[in-house]
Design a protein around this ligand. Structure first.
Ligand code: NAP
Length: 216
């Protein structure tokens, strides 16, 4: 499956306020790009941290797709998704991967998944999504989820919109949190594909290199 990471950060690499509270980084133009990207994939995935702080809908605005929404996917080991979360609104098929049970959770399907190193096993998650016919997956955050996809070598492409702003704060979430590289050989190498100046910021697009040399 092709995995595309998308996120928006400030110039200092932060993706939310120090409290974790969501802040608007993407411009209108960038949001249009995000909706078009969503419309082009089969599934969109976030972690429970993002559901709890941002309560995202993860649907596509009607003007960018003929009412067809991709599958919404949440990684939530302990079923902490609030019952009134917008991902449970029934507007799109939704799967919550968790470590407790299979079944139903409001409008969502529950899929039980094993854990590896304290997180839901991403290979099993991908296998289940492929079983359901998904060929492209967009990973929309947050920082812990993005880092784990990069660390596991499971991301193919990365879009980052760098908004014209500084958020600051040592504890503000960044695009790739989690434990980070523990040595030089664990650093994730990228190949830059595109740099585009947009209203409100710059869009950067990269290929994620899996153990390949970036050519520098
Ligand atoms: N600017 C942007 O583009 C953007 C986009 C999205 C989010 N955000 C920001 O990101 C912040 C949330 O990020 P976050 O790092 O706290 O949370 P997150 O990455 O959304 O979710 C992480 C949580 O997901 C669960 N999880 C289960 N399996 C996992 C796996 N294999 N890999 C990673 N996580 C897994 C874990 O919780 P359990 O153990 O409970 O399962 C984990 O703590 C918020 O401040 C939000 O505003 C910004």
């Amino acid at each position: 499956m092709r995995v595309i990471i998308n996120c928006a950060a400030s110039v200092d690499g932060k993706i939310a306020l120090p409290s974790g509270e969501q802040t608007k980084i993407s411009s209108e133009d960038d949001m249009e790009r995000v909706h078009r990207l969503r419309a082009s994939v089969d599934a969109i995935l976030v972690g429970i941290g993002t559901v709890l702080s941002d309560d995202p809908k993860l649907t596509v605005k009607k003007e960018y797709a003929d009412g067809k929404n991709p599958l919404r996917v949440v990684l939530d080991s302990n079923l902490r998704t609030p019952t009134d979360a917008r991902v449970l609104d029934g507007m799109a098929p939704t799967i919550i991967f968790n470590s407790i049970r299979d079944g139903k959770y409001g409008n969502a399907e529950l899929v039980r998944c094993k854990e590896t190193d304290g997180f839901l096993d991403l290979r099993q998650v991908m296998a289940e999504l492929e079983k359901r016919g998904a060929e492209t997956l967009m990973v929309e955050g947050g920082g812990t989820v993005i880092w784990n996809f990069l660390k596991e070598g499971m991301a193919d492409e990365l879009y980052i919109f760098v908004g014209d702003m500084v958020i600051g704060g040592r504890d503000s979430p960044t695009m790739a949190d989690g434990e980070g590289a523990k040595s030089l050989d664990e650093i994730i190498r990228l190949r830059r594909i595109e740099v585009k100046s947009m209203k409100g910021g710059i869009l950067l697009r990269y290929e994620v290199l899996h153990g390949k040399v970036s050519g520098r």
